[in-house]
Design a protein around this ligand. Structure first.
Ligand code: DUC
Ligand code: ZN
Ligand code: ZN
Length: 471
């Protein structure tokens, strides 16, 4: 099957130019000023931009937490992603006692039949011993070239600094990238215990018991451990100005350090947690101050932050009431579980479908960054860092035809009805957006066409990744 996208402006991370794109089968066969092929299906992109489909390297789907499960699975999450112009996600494999290989197999047994867009996975390392040390070098055989470690969630996900160092040292030797969730788990546990003892139950206490200094201190600790282990490191979900400073410092010292932030940390602050419906904004790490929003924006603009991801992990705000999803009612226990205790509110929020239209409006349409930089931050950099390039994240001959045809003039009043996440709320309700994907394709097949969904469960593929680059 052949398709030609005609008369559009192709946008890559380096340049924008008028060209037609010929797709043959699943990949891009030709990009040149004027392509004719009688036997090809024609898509007229006059007045539109042709972007590589977005890559979101930080997504949680079907994640069990606090007695419930995050409300998007690999089908519904992929669908929401595609409606927002994202065609590849990287999620996380939870580490099981049965070993890394079995953890990956089990994860794929659950995800593969459902997944509606292409995906890959990071391997969480929440327990470290000799057996894990021996299994880490085998991860690339399963197509996984990154691990995630935590300096918080004591007794659950956290491993000691010594074990992080050992894991990083092995990762460095075997071209694996280590992602770090940086908060101070010890301080958090003390503060939560005190807050509960004093009867503080409101959502704002989620932020007050996870001080920003813990993130700043442990981000430097992560970079220092990586330096000592001679390994590359990637800081997830930066929410503090100080983390951006630490990242810049580490990079200035030659440490192979990179990082991401997420839309919620650009638009919201602790004030949102103080609202009556503050539980909607609960995620870890939490929202911070307006000064932090600004510094994170600045980092995206000046290139000191490499990636915009989401940490998508939605829950219902009121999981006692069903919503209609694809014609059927569904309700999943959510934030109401913590009505009387902030520690029982499931951590996480929707964002996967919001990321690109929201960022386009506030970064490109507002003149803060160029369309090329948008492509770098939303697709190409993640593809390079996580070993998906040049299969994904770029429009060039031989790459997968994962494409978002973008109307920079389309205005959308955004909210839960437009976003396709399987949840009952959206943080950007009522935001007026300008610039939106109108056609989204994966490997040459149309997933979304002017608001209509053509994707199916199982249509997405697990993408085996190569080792990434340090940007
Ligand atoms: N933070 C969240 O808020 N949810 C899922 C995992 C995480 O790190
Ligand atoms: Zn995290
Ligand atoms: Zn996360």
């Amino acid at each position: 099957m052949k398709t030609i996208i005609k008369n559009g402006t192709v946008v890559t991370a380096e340049k924008s130019f008028k060209a037609d794109i010929l797709i043959e089968g699943e990949t891009i066969a030709q990009i040149s000023p004027s392509i004719e092929a009688m036997d090809a299906k024609l898509i007229d992109a006059s007045g539109l931009l042709v972007l590589p489909g977005g890559i979101d390297p930080h997504v949680h789907l079907d994640l069990e937490m606090m007695g419930t499960i995050s409300s998007d699975d690999h089908y519904t999450g992929g669908k929401a992603a595609a409606f927002g112009g994202t065609t590849t996600i990287i999620d996380f494999v939870s580490q099981l006692e049965s070993g890394l290989e079995e953890s990956i197999r089990q994860h794929r047994r659950n995800a593969d039949p459902k997944v509606s867009i292409d995906y890959s996975s990071h391997m969480n390392i929440s327990h470290f011993d000799e057996k894990v040390a021996a299994e880490l070098p085998l991860l690339p055989e399963y197509g996984i070239t990154s691990i995630k470690v935590f300096t918080a969630y004591n007794g659950r996900l956290r491993i000691s600094d010594g074990d992080i160092f050992k894991a990083m040292r092995i990762a460095g030797k075997h071209d694996l990238l280590t992602l770090v969730h940086a908060e101070n788990g010890d301080v958090i546990d003390i503060l939560i215990e005190e807050a509960l003892r004093e009867g503080h139950t409101q959502p704002i206490w989620h932020a007050l018991t996870r001080p920003g200094w813990g993130a700043v201190e442990s981000s430097l600790r992560a970079f220092a451990l990586a330096a000592q282990a001679d390994a590359p490191v990637y800081l997830v979900h930066m929410n503090m100005a100080g983390e951006v400073d630490q990242l810049a410092y580490a990079r200035s010292k030659g440490i192979y350090a990179m990082g991401e932030t997420c839309p919620q940390y650009l638009f919201f602050s602790e004030e949102n947690l103080q609202a009556e419906d503050g539980a909607k904004w609960i995620c870890s790490p939490p929202m911070r101050r307006k000064e932090d929003n600004q510094r994170l924006w600045q980092g995206l603009i000046d290139g000191s932050i490499q990636v915009l991801a989401t940490d998508h992990c939605p829950f219902f705000y009121d999981g006692t009431k069903a919503i209609e999803y694809e014609g059927k009612p569904i309700a999943i226990p959510g934030k109401e579980l913590g009505k009387n205790d902030f520690t029982k509110i499931p951590n996480g929020l929707p964002g996967l479908g919001d990321r690109l239209p929201l960022f386009w409006t506030h970064a490109v349409a507002s003149g803060r960054i160029s369309p090329e930089r948008f492509v770098a931050l939303s697709a190409t950099n993640a593809a390079k860092i996580f070993g998906l390039y040049p299969k994904k994240g770029v429009l060039q001959v031989g790459s997968d035809a994962d494409i978002a045809i973008w109307d920079p003039n389309l205005e959308v009043n955004y909210g839960v009805k437009t976003a396709k996440h399987r949840t009952d709320y959206n943080l950007y309700e009522g935001f007026q957006l300008k610039g939106y994907p109108v056609i989204v394709m994966q490997r040459g097949a149309i997933l979304v066409d002017h608001g209509e969904w053509f994707g199916k469960p199982g249509q997405g593929r697990f993408i085996e990744r190569l080792s990434g680059e340090v940007l």
